[in-house]
Design a protein around this ligand. Structure first.
Ligand SMILES: [Zn+2]
Length: 270
């Protein structure tokens, strides 16, 4: 905690009439954090941003965020604060040769995908607030390359898809995956149509990490885990063109850029 606090103080931006502080700059697809006083409340759109007992909070911004507007309430007085959002560069990528039924799934498979997505959504809704992950490491140490960064606009068999929801680390089957931060295992699924063997971890305050196309999952649902603990192995299950980890981070359902989080919050040597 000490390390985090020092780091925070050096880059916080303070507003004059409040003790409210926010880390700056805020970035597209990024996680940002700050500190509130006990008598201050913070809202992003209509959603209250909960803080820890000592006043720390964080929130994430989507890939296409242009401006950040926060509402701060103190002594029944509302104040709107607007911050510019720093633009990031996103790529485009062409993929061909995927099985046609996985690019445009049949009705039956579409039903299955919806059911499986609901399982993930339900697990993400059920978040506790006991954790506050101020360290966020890269979950794989030995990978060949990033085969697809977060936010990449994908064109699968000539069909344009939404921006890539996570980052892909290409590595041989069996490569070890470690927990990036403390948390609790929210979901273990052995065979999802798109993501194959799938693992979801709850890091608290609405922050989740998920791991797809796994070869093996070494933790059980409901287990508390520590940063750096072995959780799974890279595989090639589900919709996948080669062994890799599809790694997704969400805050309250908003997809964030994992590599940005690693740059900003990693506590281990890269
Ligand atoms: Zn991916």
């Amino acid at each position: 905690m000490k390390k985090f606090f020092l780091f925070t103080l050096s880059i916080l931006l303070s507003t004059s009439c409040f003790s409210f502080e926010l880390r700056s700059p805020v970035k597209e697809g990024g996680l940002t954090y700050g500190k509130l006083d006990k008598d201050e409340k913070l809202y992003l759109d209509n959603q209250e941003i909960k803080a820890t007992k000592s006043g720390f909070f964080f929130f994430g911004l989507p890939q296409d965020a242009t401006q950040l507007t926060l509402t701060l309430i103190k002594n029944n007085k509302k104040t709107k604060l607007t911050f510019p959002v720093q633009k990031q560069k996103w790529q485009e990528e062409y993929i061909s040769g995927l099985q046609q039924d996985k690019v445009s799934p049949t009705n039956k498979n579409q039903e299955r995908i919806q059911k499986e997505n609901l399982l993930i959504k339900k697990a993400r809704d059920n978040f506790n607030q006991n954790y506050f992950p101020f360290c966020f490491d890269r979950p794989v140490k030995n990978f060949k390359r990033i085969s697809s960064p977060f936010g990449t606009r994908r064109i699968l068999n000539n069909i344009k898809k939404a921006g890539h929801s996570g980052v892909d680390y290409a590595a041989p089957i069996g490569t070890k995956i470690f927990a990036p931060a403390d948390g609790i295992v929210a979901l273990v699924h052995q065979d999802m149509f798109l993501s194959g063997k799938t693992l979801l971890i709850n890091h608290g305050f609405g922050l989740f990490s998920s791991y797809s196309h796994l070869n093996k999952i070494t933790v059980k649902e409901g287990k508390k885990i520590k940063r750096g603990e072995l959780i799974a192995e890279i595989g090639n299950t589900g919709r996948s063109t080669g062994p890799h980890l599809h790694y997704v981070i969400t805050w309250q359902g908003v997809r964030l850029d994992p590599e940005q989080l690693i740059n900003d919050f990693s506590c281990s040597k890269k």
